[in-house]
Write a protein that binds this ligand. Structure first.
Ligand code: MGD
Ligand code: MGD
Ligand code: MO
Length: 617
């Protein structure tokens, strides 16, 4: 079995790579039987469902192809439509080029955040800034794309709406709302239908998702089974058995894999009416039933490295965030683990570039630049750097990696070459570092570098600057928005060492605290965070606030290592030393860390090694 995802697809030769995988399976006959086959791991929860309804510029609904005149005729006659496009629309990257050139004057962005997620993302931002009408339907108010929109249409999120989704194994499942609709938000289908109806189009007056699904199922079956002639095999995507359901039957639908043929008795198909396996008889979707090999010639990535841009920029995901963070960025538990945008690289490359772990770097390509913290995970080969796709202008001063990514696409699929852009990494020089924990949002834009991290009762801002601050107290109060001269404000300053600590207390509760230092080593955010949960600060807390560390030994758990069980670095290191733990399994047995998803086990290994080295030294 070959399971593949974006390391294969996101390439200027992506379709060739996928065809090569399929060729291997065809050549070896490893197809259509249990435990074998090429398996594309589609990333979006409903990526498959999107394809079924024709969610690409060169597709028609129900898996029909725009380029096929018979398919166009089928869809047009089923819909009773006066016209149907005979040329494909613009794919995402082409679309934004056309917008910037003024060839497209109005755009409606639905459920995507292109100012962050497209390659050459600064071009996408420029295009929207120049567009006459930008409409955005999203479930969040503030996104980088919404910031460029003229009209916002609030949509319902997945837990607030009703319909079906399809998984990678062709299984259609009912999805049911479990939350009420907030405010004026409407489901995407309703927004689309309401706009179409107001524009004077008929055919959009659906009572609900059940009627839309019925039309979808009928189209899939329309002129399908009977049409197996030389030029056209029956279309595999056939939901005949799901057409004509009542509202109750739709509501009770069990998950089922397509094709779902009409049940012979006329009774309604259910889970048993589906098709678990395709191609088991060695017959494929071509009219003659035979599969096709597609010859592929290897092709290098489009842009090669050179002296100016000597490394390769690879981009992708981290466990704790989803895409552009509009939802996961709100979760303190997720934000805690990897707090800031980073560039992961090999230590020797870092040395050659003059950057070092824990410090900031400027990452630059021919298309754009960003700022991120240098990290050595130990998992990056020489010559490559990895930057996560998640951080954007809502969360950090300059962290949209999309702005750096080259816009070359695969000629067939239009998929960008997200994993390969020549890049340069250099020091991002700053003269001081700091952080704030505050119950109120800050106006951070004036800071040279900042990242905002969602905490439980507060926002955390990591920042750094270049300019000389003459009056630290006045500067800090202004940053925190405190104008009351009698505010409960406690501070500590060491001018020679360049250290400044201050706390703002309101009615005995900690409102905000700020720590600045010329060196990047700053007090423990983990312990200071716990002060925000206190209804009133004790004297020892106020002293600890000034010191930036607890008075009581062992009270600081340190930065979170295991997000699942919320176990901090200090807790782990103390346990390792005290009980002489040697393996990650022993650590798990002792303090639980690493005992659930296991993604912190490499970090546990690293900590164990570091402690061992320190002991030996
Ligand atoms: N936590 C989390 N999970 C997600 C998502 C998320 O945002 N957050 N997004 C979902 C979505 S929509 C998707 S599409 C999937 C993506 O899931 P994946 O494709 O698994 O994730 P990526 O991080 O994009 O990249 C996968 C790996 O490809 C490697 N790679 C880069 N270039 C090459 C190459 O030339 N050859 C090979 N063999 N490998 C290469 C990268 O180093 C990276 O480790 O994840 C889904 N799951
Ligand atoms: N450099 C680089 N770029 C990449 C990738 C990469 O690996 N590297 N991966 C690419 C891949 S595989 C993907 S899938 C994309 C993801 O990129 P996007 O799709 O742009 O990212 P999301 O953050 O998932 O954006 C979804 C938006 O829709 C909103 N939303 C959520 N639910 C709903 C809903 O029900 N209705 C509406 N109307 N809005 C909703 C969210 O709040 C969010 O703003 O990024 C791509 N871009
Ligand atoms: Mo994706």
């Amino acid at each position: 079995m070959t399971a593949f995802s974006q390391g294969v697809n996101q390439s200027s030769a992506g379709t060739d790579k996928v065809n090569s995988i399929i060729n291997c399976h065809l050549a070896t006959g490893r197809l259509g039987k249990p435990g074998m086959g090429p398996f594309s791991l589609t990333g979006q929860p409903n990526a498959m469902g999107g394809r079924e309804v024709g969610g690409l510029a060169n597709m028609l609904a129900a898996h029909m192809e725009l380029a096929d005149p018979l398919h166009r005729e089928i869809v047009q006659s089923f819909w009773g439509s006066p016209a149907i496009a005979d040329q494909p629309g613009l794919k995402a990257v082409e679309l934004f080029e056309a917008i910037e050139q003024g060839r497209v004057k109005a755009v409606w962005v639905i459920a995507t955040n292109p100012v962050v997620s497209l390659p050459d993302a600064d071009q996408a931002r420029r295009a929207l800034a120049r567009c006459q009408l930008v409409v955005s339907s999203d479930i969040m108010l503030r996104t980088d794309t919404n910031d460029a929109a003229h009209v916002l249409l609030p949509a319902l999120g997945w837990g607030e709406k009703d319909g079906t989704v399809t998984s990678s194994e062709r299984r259609i499942s009912r999805q049911r709302a479990f939350l009420p609709a907030p405010g004026e938000a409407r489901a995407d289908w309703r927004i689309l239908c309401d706009v179409a109806t107001r524009m004077g189009f008929d055919g959009f007056r659906f009572a609900g998702p059940h009627e839309i699904f019925d039309e979808h199922a009928r189209l899939s079956a329309y002129r399908n089974a009977g049409i197996g002639n030389q030029a056209h095999a029956p279309r595999l995507f056939d939901l005949a058995g799901l057409a004509g359901m009542s509202q109750q039957q739709f509501d009770a639908l069990s998950p089922v894999q397509w094709p779902v043929m009409a049940a012979p008795s006329g009774s309604l198909a259910n889970a048993s009416g589906g098709t678990a396996r395709l191609f088991a008889d060695g017959r494929f979707a071509h009219p003659d039933g035979r599969a096709r090999f597609i010859a592929t010639a290897p092709r290098a990535p489009f842009h090669a490295t050179d002296d100016e841009f000597p490394l390769v920029l690879n981009t992708g995901r981290v466990r704790d965030q989803w895409h552009t963070m509009t939802r996961t960025g709100k979760s303190p538990k997720l934000a805690d683990h990897i707090a800031e945008p980073f560039v992961d690289m090999h230590p020797q490359d870092a040395l050659l570039c003059g950057v070092s772990e824990g410090k900031l770097a400027r990452v630059t390509t021919r298309w754009g630049a960003m700022v991120a913290r240098v990290q050595h995970s130990g998992g990056i080969a020489r010559g490559s750097v990895f930057v996560p796709i998640h951080w954007n202008s809502q969360f950090s001063s300059d962290a949209r990696v999309g702005a750096l990514v080259n816009p070359v696409v695969d000629p067939v699929s239009g998929e960008p070459e997200f994993k390969h852009t020549p890049v340069r990494v250099e020091e991002f020089r700053v003269s001081w570092h700091g952080f704030v924990l505050s119950r109120e949002d800050l106006q951070a834009d004036a800071l040279t570098y900042w990242t905002r991290i969602q905490g439980r009762q507060f926002q955390r801002y990591e920042f750094a600057g270049r300019e000389t601050i003459a009056e630290r107290a006045a500067w800090a109060r202004q940053l925190l928005g405190i104008d009351d001269p009698n505010a409960d404000w406690i501070e500590y300053e060491d001018r020679t060492a360049g250290v400044y600590h201050a706390g703002h207390v309101v009615d005995d509760r900690l409102q905000a605290c700020i720590y600045v230092c010329t060196r990047p080593e700053l007090p423990s955010r983990a312990w200071l965070s716990t002060l925000f949960a206190k209804e009133r600060l004790e004297d020892a807390d106020r002293i600890g606030l000034l010191l930036g560390q607890p008075m009581e030994k062992g009270a600081d758990a340190g930065p979170t290592v295991c997000s699942c069980f919320g176990v901090g670095r200090n807790t782990i290191c103390d346990a390792v030393r005290k009980h002489d733990l040697k393996t990650p399994a022993e650590v798990t047995a002792c303090v639980k860390a690493g005992g659930n998803c296991g993604s912190c086990v490499p970090e546990l290994k690293k900590l164990l090694a570091e402690i061992r080295v320190a002991e030996v030294a």
